[in-house]
Design a protein around this ligand. Structure first.
Ligand code: DQA
Length: 143
């Protein structure tokens, strides 16, 4: 069974409370339940990690080496700033899909650039929770 690591970055733990007109009303617990149910239905083993700290996310990616077959990551605000997260993904060389709940291409200019996109095999934007399903499907469809 393929092992997939799902990483969520800063402020995603405040889903539901946080700008509901952009991110919706469902909370982070609901997202985790959605990810776990979707992974089970696809026959994937999944582990979820969330942190508000860039270094903790880098540590998590480093520790994934030799353990996980794929990474699904929503780096949240670090998407647009973090060379360190990009470098960690390149270092471990684990196939990665990037997810954003909102359509970042339709938002402020500073959200249009993603460092992680320079490494990710696929980037899914603007599909809410379903973006995580699409990302997990990418790995179940033999990637
Ligand atoms: C986000 C988009 C980012 O620009 C923002 O900083 C986030 C969430 C998304 O899921 O749409 O925190 O990654």
């Amino acid at each position: 069974m393929k092992k997939i690591l799902v990483i969520n970055g800063p402020n995603l733990n405040l889903l539901g409370l946080r700008e509901p007109s952009i991110y919706g009303n469902r909370d982070f617990k609901a997202l985790l339940a959605f990810i776990n149910e979707t992974a089970a239905s696809l026959g994937l083993q999944v582990e979820c990690f969330q942190s508000n700290h860039e270094g903790a996310i880098v540590d998590c990616i480093q520790q994934a080496y030799g353990v996980f077959d794929g990474i699904v990551i929503n780096p949240a605000a670090y998407t647009h700033t973090s060379v360190a997260i990009l470098d960690a993904l390149k270092a471990v060389s684990i196939p990665t899909v990037e997810v954003h709940l909102s359509d970042v291409s339709e938002r402020e200019e500073f959200r249009h650039h993603s460092y992680v996109s320079l490494y990710a095999s696929k980037t899914i934007i603007g599909k809410g929770f379903d973006g995580y399903r699409e990302a997990l499907e990418y790995f179940s469809a033999n990637n």
